[in-house]
Ligand binder design. Structure first.
Ligand code: HEC
Ligand code: HEC
Ligand code: HEC
Ligand code: HEC
Length: 485
């Protein structure tokens, strides 16, 4: 019997908050080498009212980089280390889009992110709301963010536990800063059902966000939407914002040079928390003025283990251990039917009729992808935490995780460990039953290059070039299977 999720997660929330509280009492770890870029000194005397802020958004569930390639950027531990080293940010903004799905793992990631952003030494000032965030079970979402500075100016809910506010406001050296947030395309599911929220038109959301604001209040607006929609929206907002931060998943990295829409500066937060934006904002007769630098969160070369705030690392380690303890891997297995309705049979079955392709595959790294995780788990220098029980790692290193008849665990489904034939060609039961006469093709009819980038994306394989990599895993039909000319 597994407990109902909210109960289990509530218990977990308690455990984690105790952990965070006890960590906070520990003495500070020794200072680590700096990461990211130091902001350059300003040339002219800075305006007295300028404020410094750190901006990010669209984390998409990346608490830490996966370590699949060297030089990966990002992660909450490095981020909070950077915040601590700088020590003088006036405003810490996370645009929202913290998770990328509605699974039990996503809920646990939100809880962990919330612990890091709101319950440790450096506390974030504002968190926007992305569409996917709203798809999480609402009770989890509300509970994990209770008391956090969640901003959703255009979303209205009657629920007593709704954590979002129309705006958050902070005074910095006598300047009032107000942060508002709009979500241009909330998912339909969030607007229906028992936990439906009401979505206001953007202009109404903006009015709601500015209620009672003095004219001197700095107006900072986070907008979830695509670039073009945001540029259409900005000129319609009265009074004009001092700064608009776009959260558009299309931006892998943020834009350092702000663009202007009329007089309003517009920057885009990047995705996955890899590169952050470090900006100075002030106001002159034209309105908001901004200057930004990028902060790529690279590992430290001098600190063993790559650096990162040690207390945040402990919270993330606790999260990973809890994912294992709660059996989340099993909970998320076999959740949906396969796209074609066929079932997975395992690479060995394919090999019976495709011995040459089998031999080629066995020489490729795909045939060892599971073992790589097993080794990673045992290597305390690189990992040393239960990666084989962590769904994010498993999903790209096996066949059919999450789909019926696909990978469950190495013990139950060893035939689906590794990036086997059917991860690329799709479930083969019908093709096998028809002796090969029912064509298989590639999974869901994908283009080969797009299939590869489902896993070899800019984070896992920054240097991936299809032609070169296909050459490394090239295989095909047996001579007798070649179509007749
Ligand atoms: C399910 C996710 C997934 C898909 C889809 C995938 N790969 Fe991989 N690939 C991996 C993993 C995981 C590894 C690393 C395995 C290891 O080292 O244990 C890898 C390693 C490789 C390697 C060796 C390492 C390197 O970069 O030189 C090549 C080559 C490669 N893949 C090519 C491809 C090509 C070409 C495609 C598309 C036809 C593809 N892969 C599709 C997951 C995938
Ligand atoms: C989006 C798909 C994806 C996810 C998620 C993923 N991997 Fe990978 N992983 C890959 C691919 C692709 C490669 C091969 C990269 C290459 O060599 O081009 C790889 C390679 C690796 C390697 C070999 C790296 C090396 O230096 O030889 C390790 C170790 C690894 N992954 C561990 C993990 C762990 C641990 C996680 C979870 C935190 C994870 N992976 C999550 C796709 C993924
Ligand atoms: C990483 C992804 C990947 C894996 C794993 C993989 N294949 Fe393929 N396979 C491809 C791609 C891509 C092609 C080329 C398709 C194309 O060019 O249209 C291909 C081509 C083939 C072909 C020839 C198709 C044709 O139309 O002539 C056969 C047969 C085949 N694979 C069988 C297998 C078998 C059997 C295995 C496991 C032992 C396997 N493949 C593993 C991606 C993969
Ligand atoms: C019983 C023997 C048999 C088994 C088992 C088998 N195949 Fe095939 N396969 C064939 C034959 C025969 C052809 C050529 C069919 C044709 O061209 O009419 C073929 C063709 C293919 C092709 C190229 C044409 C197409 O359908 O896209 C791919 C890819 C392929 N097989 C992959 C696989 C994979 C993956 C598996 C395991 C899930 C598998 N096969 C299992 C006999 C088999």
């Amino acid at each position: 019997m597994k407990p109902t999720r909210p109960a289990a997660l509530a218990a977990l929330a308690l455990v984690l908050s105790t952990l965070v509280a006890s960590l906070a009492q520990c003495s500070q770890g020794k200072a680590a080498a700096p990461i990211g870029q130091e902001p350059k000194p300003a040339v002219q005397a800075p305006p007295a009212d300028r404020i410094r802020m750190l901006i990010s958004g669209s984390m998409q569930g990346r608490l830490e980089p996966c370590g699949c390639a060297s030089g990966q950027l990002g992660g909450l531990a490095r981020r909070m280390q950077h915040v601590g080293e700088q020590g003088n940010y006036d405003l810490l903004i996370e645009g929202g889009g913290v998770v990328d799905g509605d699974t039990p793992l996503d809920a646990m990631k939100l809880l962990t992110a919330s612990q890091v952003l709101f319950a440790m030494k450096w506390r974030y000032d504002a968190l926007g709301v992305g569409g996917k965030d709203l798809l999480l079970p609402r009770a989890d979402w509300s509970m994990f963010l209770a008391g956090a500075p969640v901003v959703a100016s255009d979303l209205v809910s009657d629920a007593a536990d709704w954590p979002a506010q129309p705006f958050v406001q902070k005074e910095v050296r006598g300047v009032a800063l107000r942060v508002a947030a709009l979500l241009l395309d909330p998912p339909a599911a969030a607007l229906a059902g028992a936990t439906a929220v009401k979505h206001l038109p953007p202009a109404a959301g903006w009015q709601r966000a500015l209620e009672g604001a003095a004219p001197t209040t700095r107006r900072i607006l986070l907008v979830h939407g695509d670039d073009a929609a945001i540029r259409r929206l900005v000129p319609t907002l009265q009074p004009a914002p001092d700064l608009v931060v776009g959260v558009d998943r299309g931006y892998d990295a943020p834009t350092a040079a702000p663009s202007r829409v009329g007089d309003v500066p517009l920057v885009f937060a990047g995705s996955r928390g890899r590169v952050l934006l470090d900006c100075w904002l002030h106001r002159d007769a034209q309105g908001g003025q901004i200057a930004c630098e990028l902060v790529p969160l690279a590992a430290s070369r001098t600190v063993p283990g790559g650096g990162g705030d040690p207390q945040v690392k402990d919270v993330i380690l606790a999260h990973r251990n809890d994912v294992k303890a709660q059996g989340i891997l099993a909970q998320m297995a076999e959740q949906r039917p396969t796209a074609s309705g066929a079932t997975y049979v395992g690479s060995a079955t394919c090999g019976a009729c495709h011995p040459t392709a089998m031999a080629d595959w066995q020489k490729s790294k795909h045939a060892h992808a599971w073992q790589t995780l097993v080794d990673a788990e045992k290597d305390p220098k690189r990992y040393g935490w239960p990666v084989t029980a962590y769904p994010d790692c498993v999903s790209c290193h096996v066949v059919g995780y999450g789909e019926r008849s696909g990978f469950r665990s190495f013990e139950e489904t060893p035939q689906h460990a590794d990036v086997g034939c059917e991860r690329c060609h799709g479930p083969g039961s019908e093709h096998v039953a028809a002796g090969g006469k029912k064509p298989l093709g590639l999974l869901s009819g994908a283009q080969a290059s797009q299939l590869c980038t489902q896993c070899h994306d800019y984070e896992q394989s920054p240097t991936f070039v299809y032609g070169e990599k296909w050459a490394a895993i090239r295989h095909g039909r047996e001579a007798h299977q070649q179509p007749k000319k």
